[in-house]
Design a protein around this ligand. Structure first.
Ligand code: FPP
Length: 284
């Protein structure tokens, strides 16, 4: 699965001296060799953050956009190769009031215009996943512009999931794969997991090592369904507008305490009894 992965950003440069003293203290506890390559975040709680303060929901989204920038900058300082943020789902597009959808789109445009310089300074490369061709043409133009402006940066790749849904990604992948099979006269029993991976929006990146969800909900919400098969999940009660670089580092700290087994038995798996008759489970 790793063969088609974009190698440009396998180890982005570190800028630890640019971390805040608090961030540096957490970073100092991390094992550099155990850093995740790819962190994905479900940014949730903008509305509740605003509600708690008797503010309108859009203020929560504005503050959420600030968190996007600050968290991405910390990610780039610690040399995280891939950061993927769930910014706007297909369901958000279909189920939220039109006024909120249109506000989120304008916010995205303003965000892209207003932050491209900081992206350059921080060596961040921009990418997108999702059915972005369904977004308004002026938004798509802005997205393309930022992607092109930052294409040669070699630090963190920030991928925004926009008009994204995990099931529709799989559907698009299967359609692409079926078209390829038809073209190449391939039989279904020759299809491999690698073939499906090649047709995902994320074919150029590794699967996430760590998935963070803010605001306490314990749901996947149709995000990266194929890719998170072995991803470690970290849920925090903190609302996204309050989430900062230090919280990303704390999530990584928690991640480093986990043992990833990928269906195996791990390092201290103990002895395995080879004779099933000896383990004393009576058949009933
Ligand atoms: C969830 O909060 C967040 C979203 C639906 C959109 C995420 C958008 C941002 C972080 C801001 C804009 C992003 C960019 C890239 C400019 P919610 O509204 O579902 O919160 P709630 O569950 O508390 O109502």
């Amino acid at each position: 699965m790793r063969s088609s992965i974009d190698s440009l950003h396998s180890s982005p440069p570190l800028r630890i001296d640019e971390l805040s003293p608090e961030e540096r203290a957490v970073y100092a506890t991390l094992k550099p060799e155990g850093l995740p390559r790819h962190v994905a975040i479900i940014m949730d709680g903008n509305g509740r953050w605003a509600g708690r303060r008797s503010l309108k929901r859009f203020v929560g989204h504005q503050q959420g956009a600030k968190s996007v920038q600050l968290v991405t900058e910390t990610a780039s300082r610690i040399g995280l190769p891939w950061l993927t943020l769930y910014a706007f789902s297909l369901e958000n597009n279909l189920r939220r009031p039109r006024a909120e959808v249109s506000f989120l789109m304008r916010l995205l445009k303003t965000y892209l215009e207003g932050n491209v310089e900081r992206m350059q300074i921080n060596n961040i490369r921009f990418r997108y996943i999702g059915r972005t061709s369904e977004l308004a043409p002026d938004i798509q133009d802005k997205m393309r512009w930022v992607e092109e402006e930052t294409a040669s940066n070699t630090g963190t790749t920030l991928t925004l999931a926009l008009n994204y849904g995990g099931r529709s990604e799989l559907l698009d992948a299967f359609r692409g794969l079926m078209a390829e099979m038809k073209h190449k006269h391939l039989s279904p029993d020759r299809v491999t997991e690698e073939d499906i991976h090649r047709h995902l929006y994320t074919a150029h990146m590794p699967d996430p090592d760590l998935l963070i969800r803010t605001s306490g909900e314990q749901r996947i919400s149709n995000f990266l369904l194929w890719q998170i098969a072995y991803t470690e999940i970290f849920v925090t009660d903190r609302y996204w507008p309050d989430f900062r670089g230090i919280h990303l580092l704390e999530a990584i700290q928690n991640f480093q305490r986990r043992e990833r087994r990928y269906g195996g038995i791990g390092e201290d798996g103990g002895e395995v009894e080879e004779n099933p008759d000896k383990i004393g489970i009576a058949a009933s």
